[in-house]
Design a protein around this ligand. Structure first.
Ligand code: SF4
Length: 445
């Protein structure tokens, strides 16, 4: 049974030393109760507390890190559905490098992966991990590929090598890099010794839930807890079902052997099947997805989907409320108004830029809500917008006295004019995409 914050507090030292990163033992107890901290973060916990709280205080899905500084993190999830709270760690996308390939080709691929990132609503979207598959007949190709990766990338590394000695040579090159190793056969005592010696995570592979649970139990009993689960599934339907069972078992039944992030390697021949399968895993509990190719078109779509799933629904992505110069505006340039929901800001600013007009874009504080939502919530109405414009002293910075408001909130124009004496309010277009033609048709200065 889960312990309450008060139950946990009784077992803590009660010295309020703050060494755990929060100021009091009570605050730390509350974090433990909410599974947002681990007991190991309190260096003064007694053996009794460790024994009693150990299992009870573990997050239902363990946080696993791959990489050195700025490591990729997976796990620590607490809900089945994003709208219940949020998903904490977005799915990591790993791109495969084959050691059998020519080294120039591998280097070219690494550079392509490193150079490809997309900016969307103010965030940089990119791949997270490199997955090195040792399929060359020459043992030295494994270490050589690892060196190439280390010299040209800072991404976390997943290793897939069936030869234990070759694997150890590779791991010796990655001392401070905490790589993960994919086991494609049942976990052995040797694998566990290697995991302990090199401080790595193990990706356990199985074809059934029972076999996976047995392997995870064995690793846990032998002291290895940085695990990732790879339950191979015949088709996308089965994979979705398996992932749901794994997540539900971890969260609802507190079944510890399934309380780890999930891995999948997707290499469906048909690119539509591949995209469908990856998309489903992005939505349903895939923690790491490894892909054979660096396909920019597919990645762009996946980045967008991933960003939409993994933003915190309680915290809309927002930009700072202020006046943004678009192009090189002068005091006589047109003035546009919008809200500080990131997506709205980037679409509107992009379309003003497309119109070739330099302008001032007034971004009002609507707590990250889009135009209509903010209006419906009373956060984007004439009075509040006028107050904001006065507060930022816009009239002192520019000479223009015309302001273009979004067409979707034409109804605030009268109210805004009343609250902004001396200004003419122009109702703009409803769709941002129409801004370039709107600018050509209407005199805005
Ligand atoms: S480190 Fe331990 S003793 Fe110190 S405040 Fe945190 S919980 Fe209390």
């Amino acid at each position: 049974m889960a312990l309450s914050g008060l139950d946990i507090f009784k077992l803590l030292p009660k010295t309020n030393c703050g060494d755990c990163g929060v100021p009091t033992c009570m605050a730390f107890a509350m974090k433990l109760a909410q599974k947002k901290a681990e007991l190991s973060e309190c260096p003064h916990a007694s053996e009794e507390a460790k024994a009693t709280l150990g299992a009870a205080s573990e997050p239902p899905i363990r946080l696993v890190k791959i990489g050195g500084a700025n490591a990729f993190e997976a796990g620590n999830e607490t809900v089945m559905f994003r709208h219940e709270k949020t998903f904490f760690h977005q799915t990591g996308i790993a791109i495969q490098l084959n050691t059998s390939e020519d080294k120039d080709k591998i280097l070219k691929k690494i550079k392509e992966i490193e150079n490809y990132q997309v900016e969307r609503v103010g965030e940089e979207l990119k791949t997270d991990l490199l997955y090195i598959s040792h399929n060359s007949k020459k043992a030295e190709d494994f270490a050589e590929t690892i060196r190439l990766v280390k010299q040209n990338s800072t991404k976390g590394i997943i290793l897939d090598c069936l030869d234990e000695e070759v694997l150890k040579e590779g791991l010796a090159l990655l001392k401070d890099d905490r790589p993960a190793v994919l086991l494609r056969k049942e976990i052995s005592d040797n694998d566990i010794e290697i995991a302990k010696e090199y401080d790595i995570s193990l990706i356990l592979t199985a074809q059934s839930l029972e076999a996976l649970a047995n392997q995870a139990e064995k690793a846990r009993n032998m002291g290895v807890s940085n695990l990732i689960l790879n339950l191979e599934s015949e088709n996308v339907g089965q994979q979705l079902q398996n992932n749901t069972i794994l997540r539900r078992s971890a969260l609802k039944a507190n079944f510890k052997p399934f309380g780890y992030p999930l891995f999948a390697y997707i290499n469906a021949e048909n690119e539509f099947d591949r995209l469908a399968r990856i998309s489903i895993l992005l939505c349903k509990y895939g923690s790491i997805i490894a892909l054979p190719d660096h396909d920019k078109a597919m990645l762009y779509a996946l980045f967008t989907l991933r960003q939409n799933i993994y933003t915190d629904p309680q915290k809309p992505i927002q930009v700072d409320p202020k006046v943004y110069p678009i192009g090189e505006p002068t005091p006589e340039s047109p003035v546009f108004l919008t809200t500080n929901f990131s997506l709205t800001y980037f679409i509107v600013s992009g379309e003003i830029e497309n119109s070739g007009t330099s302008a001032h874009l007034v971004v009002a504080d609507t707590e990250g809500q889009s135009v209509l939502t903010a209006w419906a919530a009373g956060k984007f109405v004439g009075e509040t917008v006028a107050k904001f414009i006065k507060q930022i002293k816009l009239e002192e910075k520019i000479k223009t006295r015309k302001i273009v408001i979004p067409g979707l909130v034409a109804q605030i124009s009268g109210d805004l004019e009343e609250n902004l004496p001396g200004w003419e309010v122009i109702v703009g277009c409803q769709e941002a995409a129409d801004i370039p033609s709107f600018v050509k048709q209407v005199n805005l200065t």
